[in-house]
Design a protein around this ligand. Sequence first.
Ligand SMILES: Nc1ncnc2c1ncn2[C@@H]1O[C@H](COP(=O)(O)OP(=O)(O)OP(=O)(O)O)[C@@H](O)[C@H]1O
Length: 368
Amino acid sequence: MQGVKKIYACDLNLGEEVEELKSLYTREALQRKLLYNELQELRGNIRVFLRCRYDSRSQCCLKFLGDNEVLAPNSKKPFTFDKVFSPKSSQEEVYEDARAVIMSCVDGYNVCILAYGQTGSGKTFTMQGPANDPGVNVRSLKELLNVCEQRENVTYNLKASMIEIYNETVHDLLSDTVNPLEVRAQGTKIVMPGLIEMQVKSLQDIDQIMKLGSKNRSVAATKMNSQSSRSHLIFMVTVEGQDKTTGACSTGTLTLCDLAGSERVSKTEATGQRLVEAAAINKSLSSLGQVFTALKTGQLHVPYRNSKLTHILQPSLGGDAKACLFVMVSPDIENLSETVSTMQFGSNAQQVQLGQAKKNISNNPRGS
Ligand SMILES: Nc1ncnc2c1ncn2[C@@H]1O[C@H](COP(=O)(O)OP(=O)(O)OP(=O)(O)O)[C@@H](O)[C@H]1O
């Protein structure tokens, strides 16, 4: 054929062009992610991450479509989240995505991380995790210690406390007695008189606090003839910083919350004490959903006081805070209806805009 020039792959240097396109795509994707994160930060969106637990006995019934979408069987439309983690995702990968938000408590922000899902969906695995593969709680405390050590210009003081809410009663898990704690509002803060706060200075302190909390939780569960998964566990860290040059003080808080199982009473066929527990859990989790809905629709009255859980979380779910919600699901098709309702809960929370978070900074040195 006249006038037609033969083109060979080697002339185009196809390999190099493909590589260049790939790196351009990666750069663009990273840029898009950074811009997306910036936008979420400005709006104060609650970041919602879905994690499906690993289970060697069952095949995963969900389809993961890229980083943000997950499709349930028999559904046409996928659910979209800030990130979706398949059963193959590691503890490290899961932590990595919440890390930036968590670490902002060092700069004086109130940060709240919640794990929501039915019993056995992996909430405790994600938040606490086994000793050889720790979850968000231990990873964030370790990193907080590191960051505070590295910032030479600021003196930090880290304090931790741990409570559980069982049947609408609050117990201090760092105390040997099981006296209920009172929850009171004090200005924009929530106080629980008598709550024990322990200093965190080293990895050993973290280990000791976790062990003490878990021992007291199982002792309390035995005394009350309950299971620990029927209570909400809240681990709170206060990070106080003082700039050595200017004297300016910051106070950030990190609230890590492993919620009780969200399954419906009808499914568990609970009676007696289990029914009372289930009713208390339903009440507090639906209060949490109502708080999200009120925030989402900009209602003037947000019903924080409808449950102990939402009352305690008020400063961390109000306008000045940053929040991440892990919605945890099971891979098993048997649990599909709970999985879909968990994903709907997550979608509702994702539309909440708390507004741009504010730092808690005072220019006056402490005590003056
Ligand atoms: N991603 C995972 N990889 C491996 N094992 C997991 C994973 N997620 C959960 N598991 C295991 O599944 C079981 C149930 O998980 P877990 O106790 O975290 O559930 P849960 O949602 O906290 O339940 P509960 O509401 O009863 O507290 C545990 O044995 C846990 O070790």
